[in-house]
Design a protein. Structure first.
Ligand code: PLP
Length: 386
């Protein structure tokens, strides 16, 4: 009885996993009374992210990945009347900050290889916006969705051609590499997220990766209410309360000790799914398109060809749910979201098709071999009953 209960415990999509040393850093914060935003844990967490990312990048820890994108847009001078090009196939947190600064998003479709921003449609969009509005978009936001690096060479080439800065959304891609360089180091700015289900967590949090010390200073300034250099409280600009707390950064420091393990485990889980599902035609995984791409495989995603397998992605989601296994549809593209119904979109239906046929499988580092088999068995049993 007890055994069968353990065997059939719920399998979650993506769970946090602690190293055990997180509590030591939190305890230190309490012992030294650093229970505030800023502090030694924040400094050490930022330093360890800088060492990890390399490329001489500077990191500012913030309350979320969303706030990181917001502060990047502010520093690029994006405001009322401006347009920002954004990958359509993403989580809404990529696009919302464009609205926070009173600018307008222009959505660009995905390419089939990476599921990320299509360089072809990016250039078509830039040209068309210039001809329609008489000015260039102010920024480009590609995303490394599900940890898969975007086609950065092609995207940066176009960005450079038109001199438009890139904000890289690397929220899901800490540990991923493109051409042997870490995701989060390609843009003028990049955002990271440490939300509960990301590669590492600080319970909630994020960071802005900056290219210069000047940007770092500006980011900290805006993240702490834009206080001028004066003994009293004086403000010449609008600021925000976005700085990460010393307690959350303590969790982050502990998580840095298991980051490599998390990436290795998620890749291993992906490759196990890949092996076990290879015999089933009609189910395909998001795989690295070439050796240039090294996804962290944050979530293993499948595409379901219902004509070949005889069931749809929704049939599979419901069957998993019955078996007490959490799966999730892929992100619904932004150009299909009611809140962005009036925004321009450039594409050919690629992300919409991905959304309609895709599903994310459980991918936590804590997944056991038995858990993976349970997931795979649901897929096989469904393919036999139809
Ligand atoms: C999680 C996520 C974000 C935002 O991160 P938060 O820390 O939740 O604000 C941004 N973009 C993508 C693609 C994400 O998955």
């Amino acid at each position: 009885m007890l055994n069968s209960k353990i065997m059939n415990k719920k399998i979650w999509l993506s769970l946090a996993h602690m190293s055990g040393v997180e509590q030591k850093f939190i305890q230190e914060a309490f012992d030294t009374n650093w229970v505030v935003p800023l502090g030694p844990n924040v400094n050490a967490f930022e330093k360890s992210l800088e060492d990890y990312l390399e490329e001489n990048k500077k990191v500012v820890a913030l309350i979320s990945g969303t706030s990181a994108i917001h502060l990047a847009l502010i520093q690029l001078g994006v405001g009322f009347g401006d347009e920002v090009i954004c990958q359509s196939f993403t989580f809404v947190a990529t696009a919302n900050p464009i609205i926070y600064v009173n600018a307008s998003p222009v959505f660009v479709d995905s390419e089939k290889e990476t599921w990320n921003m299509s360089p072809d449609f990016l250039e078509i969009a830039i040209k068309d916006r210039i001809s329609k509005t008489g000015k260039k978009p102010k920024a480009i936001i590609p995303v490394h969705l599900y940890g898969m690096p975007a086609n950065m060479d092609a995207i940066l080439k176009i960005a450079n051609k038109y001199s438009i800065p890139v904000i890289e959304d690397a929220a899901e891609a800490l540990g991923s590499k493109y051409k042997n360089k870490k995701c989060g180091t390609f843009g003028e700015f990049a955002c990271l997220s440490f939300n509960g289900n990301k590669i590492i967590t600080t319970s909630g949090g994020g960071a802005l990766v900056c290219s210069t010390t000047e940007e770092t200073i500006k980011t900290m300034f805006y993240a702490t209410q834009a206080r001028d250099d004066a003994p009293h409280y004086q403000h010449s600009e609008i600021g925000y309360n976005y700085r990460m707390s010393n307690i959350c950064a303590g969790i982050g420091r502990g998580q840095m000790t298991v980051l490599d393990y998390h990436v290795a485990r998620r890749r291993e889980i992906h490759s196990k799914y890949s092996d076990k599902l290879s015999k089933l035609s009609g189910i395909s995984l998001l795989e690295n398109p070439s050796l240039d791409y090294q996804s962290n495989h944050w979530l293993t995603c499948v595409q379901i060809d219902s004509v070949k397998v005889g069931f749809t992605q929704e049939d599979l989601r419901l069957a998993m749910d019955k078996a007490d296994i959490e799966t999730r549809p892929l992100w619904k593209p932004m150009h299909l979201q009611p809140v962005f119904a009036d925004s321009p979109f450039y594409g050919d239906g690629t992300s919409e098709a991905l959304f309609e046929k895709g599903l994310c499988l459980p991918s936590s580092p804590v997944l056991s071999e038995n858990d993976i088999d349970r997931v795979v068995n649901v897929i096989y049993s469904l393919s036999k009953t139809v």
